[in-house]
Design a protein around this ligand. Sequence first.
Ligand SMILES: Nc1ncnc2c1ncn2[C@@H]1O[C@H](COP(=O)(O)OP(=O)(O)OP(=O)(O)O)[C@@H](O)[C@H]1O
Ligand SMILES: [Mg+2]
Length: 439
Amino acid sequence: MAIVTQLTRNVLEVRQIRKAFPRPSGGELTVLDNVDLTLKEGEIVGLLGRSGSGKSTLLRIMAGLVEPSAGETLFRGKPIDGPAAGIAMVFQTFALFPWLTVLQNVRLGLDALQIPEEEARKRALEAIDLVGMDGFESAYPKEISGGMRQRVGFARALVVHPDLLLLDEPFSALDVLTAETLRTDLLDLWSEKLMPIKSILLVTHNIEEAVLMCDRILVFSSNPGRVVAEIPVDIPRPRNRLDAKFRRLVDKIYERMTMPATIAAPAPGVPTIAEEGITKALPRVSTNSMAGLIEAIAGPPYNGRADLPELADDMHIGMDQLFSIGETLSLLRFADLEGGDIRLTEAGRRFAVEDPNIRKQLFAERLLANVPLAAHIRRVLDERPAHRAPYARFAEELEDAMSEERAEQTLRSVINWGRFAEVFAYDENQAMLSLDNPS
Ligand SMILES: Nc1ncnc2c1ncn2[C@@H]1O[C@H](COP(=O)(O)OP(=O)(O)OP(=O)(O)O)[C@@H](O)[C@H]1O
Ligand SMILES: [Mg+2]
């Protein structure tokens, strides 16, 4: 009996999902690997992961919009093949049709279901009412604010009376106040049980948002994406972001997310995007933001060591950005990430106080010693008689190991760093790397 109850209470089960995309240069890119997760009735689950870790791909698989390379998804115990009727999704940007009114946009959510016109209209009006858009039925998307457009996005998902709501960073494109209002409204609807929804999966890269809204949080790794930790949120609702318990949990999750295993957790025998060596993918981080962060950590009140959430708040930057800069500083051995803190190394402390020329030298040494791709480019340029090599030469090399997009980002970053350190030069017009620095 107990077992039966348990089974029927699982709204969605994801079992051993793997997803790989073909690479332009042949072979494939494994985006998701061994993903397992279960959504039960009555819970809001957060999926917290870095940009590009495969969260949206996983959501699309869960909604039946994309087919996995391996594994299966069970909705109410039945395998999903094709878009599932009881699952609705809300996207980051409000994909509304500009030529349709609010009512028509919401009504559209019912197109796939064969519902009589009168009933469809009634349900659309109810959904509009539910999200607080009563009175705006005949407005066009361009006549309403971004926050209102996202409310319409929610209404379009709710109108089908889904069992499961999949939210793909639905608040991230909104301004701070609008986002918070919408979060609170959604939580109110949920706790007052005004929606027939049984379970919500919220994808986000905002730790505070996850702690505010979710009953448990799944931490997602990158390269390939997989669930690496589950963190229950046992804080009573309504939650207050300033509560000591809330802050402690945010800190703990920051710490979990800076662990190397979260950043790259290759499955045994599975080639990953971020292989070591010259094909290690590099984040998009400018030398300016690195210098800015080093200076901030070196100065008061931190004096060389800072708590990451505090630093993010202070510098008004998001977690994703802070992690990228922090990871790059750690890669270059200017700083160490440990226990949710970032601490400057000896070299980091020197960088903070030196003049621009010494900074360049310090940076050049660290770059050549710690970024194999930079050393490789330098070597190729050294060996060529004219000391020049086209951008495409390196792009092709990287594309064997990563997506075209990622290869471009990696090369852009290494060029930015190499130029700053005067390790090599780059001519944008000719897309040519060289040793003679024109400046
Ligand atoms: N159709 C596709 N073909 C090839 N590669 C793809 C495709 N869709 C996604 N990818 C790649 O899969 C990886 C994960 O993408 P995805 O959009 O799922 O990540 P995400 O975690 O949602 O990122 P973000 O936080 O930026 O939204 C990326 O490297 C992306 O380039
Ligand atoms: Mg996404």
